[in-house]
Write a protein that binds this ligand. Structure first.
Ligand code: NI
Length: 391
């Protein structure tokens, strides 16, 4: 079956590169992926799949039904949005949409999803269960997955696979990560409310600036003394506002921050942990506070069994020397995590680095991929889907 899949992929390669270049040259911002979605829907329809458009705002869902011998459903998810970056690659198929660029490889992810669908549709042997392809909008703004989930795309899904381009792994190789792949990213807003007074008479006032500084210092120290150092937490207060004049004690300080963590139990406990510190300091010095802790996306936790399926699919397809087991997660965020609240899943890293050109990081105006990665991704995804039912 593997050699059949690889043969199909080799035949499809010119078409997949054409598809990727089309998507690359017509990038659209998060939540505005109308043309991309219509194009994706057209390709999926031509594979003979049932296609639903405008799911999760501008998303596309397509289903491939198998024999029905197995009731499980596997979802394969790709993101379609681009970034507000002015492309400077000089490629002949560079962005035609001024100031918008596929600089995070989502054009490759979409093509890998389409390629996997084309391969599976041409296998000649139906799979025992259903594959549901999810092409989501607005990953960059961490909104698309929640829109898709709200429109019910995870109903009936047993497991989910996804992929992200990785510019520090050579094209032709993949990266596999067991456990945490990306971090939970939450937002914090804290308002400390004191009482104004004369700068010379602090005992008659409640100094919100001084109390805010106590809170910041204590939070940073408490992370190092009360959080498990093997379960990293990063808390950054990135914005602070308060006070009106040098000789008036400030009655209010507003702080905004981001909170990153990797371990789900740690993430779950952070809002209460932060509030305890804030409330005890405020209480000690007579201040009041408002704390708004807004959950962003959780950490992507790759399921061990599904990760093993992808790892063995990739090892068989490309040799184990082209499969890197990633020892470290990233503190970036990825809204794939929101699907994992509904079914276990795994995301693999797709090497896109070129051997003969300089490689730039994701979100860089000169970011480029080695297009050989598209076949690596499509075969790995299609064969992993096959192995999901044929372990
Ligand atoms: Ni991305």
């Amino acid at each position: 079956m593997l050699s059949h899949i690889k043969d199909l992929a080799a035949k499809l390669a010119p078409r997949l590169i054409e598809i990727r270049r089309h998507i690359h040259s017509h990038p659209e911002l998060s939540g505005q992926e109308y043309q991309t979605a219509a194009y994706v829907a057209g390709v999926m329809s031509s594979c003979g799949l049932q296609v639903q458009e405008l799911v999760g705002k501008t998303g596309v869902v397509a289903e491939m039904h198998g024999t029905g011998a197995d009731s499980r459903m596997l979802a394969i998810r790709a993101d379609m949005d681009a970034l507000p970056i002015h492309e400077r690659t000089g490629l002949e198929f560079a962005s035609r949409n001024q100031g918008i660029m596929h600089a995070c490889g989502h054009d490759v992810h979409t093509t890998v999803g389409l390629g996997a669908a084309m391969i599976l549709a041409q296998l000649g042997v139906p799979l025992p269960g259903t594959v549901r392809f999810l092409f989501q909008p607005a990953e960059e703004t961490a909104q698309g997955a929640s829109w898709m989930v709200r429109d019910g795309v995870m109903a009936g899904v047993t497991s989910i696979f996804s992929v992200h381009a990785f510019p520090t792994i050579a094209a032709g190789s993949v990266g596999i990560r067991y456990g945490a792949l990306t971090a939970a990213a939450d937002d914090l807003e804290l308002i400390v409310i004191g009482e104004s007074g004369h700068g010379a008479r602090p005992h008659e006032a409640i100094d919100a600036i001084w109390i805010a500084s106590q809170i910041i210092t204590t939070l940073q120290q408490a992370i190092s003394r009360t959080q498990n150092p093997l379960r990293p937490v990063v808390l950054t207060i990135g914005q602070i506002q308060g006070g009106r004049a040098p000789n008036i004690i400030a009655d209010q300080v507003r702080m905004l921050g981001t909170v990153r963590s990797l371990h789900p139990e740690t993430s779950a406990a952070l809002p209460e942990w932060i509030e305890q510190i804030v409330s005890s300091i405020c209480q000690t010095y007579g201040a009041k506070y408002e704390l708004n802790y807004r959950r962003g996306v959780p950490s992507v936790q790759n399921d061990p069994t599904l990760t093993q399926i992808v790892e063995s699919a990739a090892s068989e397809a490309w040799g184990s020397d082209r499969v890197q087991i990633l020892l470290e997660p990233s503190l970036g965020a990825e809204d794939f995590a929101l699907y994992l609240d509904h079914a276990p899943g795994t995301m693999f890293r797709l090497g896109v680095a070129s051997a003969d050109k300089p490689n730039f990081p994701l979100h860089h105006p000169q970011f480029q991929v080695d297009e050989a990665a598209i076949i690596t991704g499509a075969v790995t995804m299609a064969y992993a889907a096959y192995k999901y039912w044929h372990p």
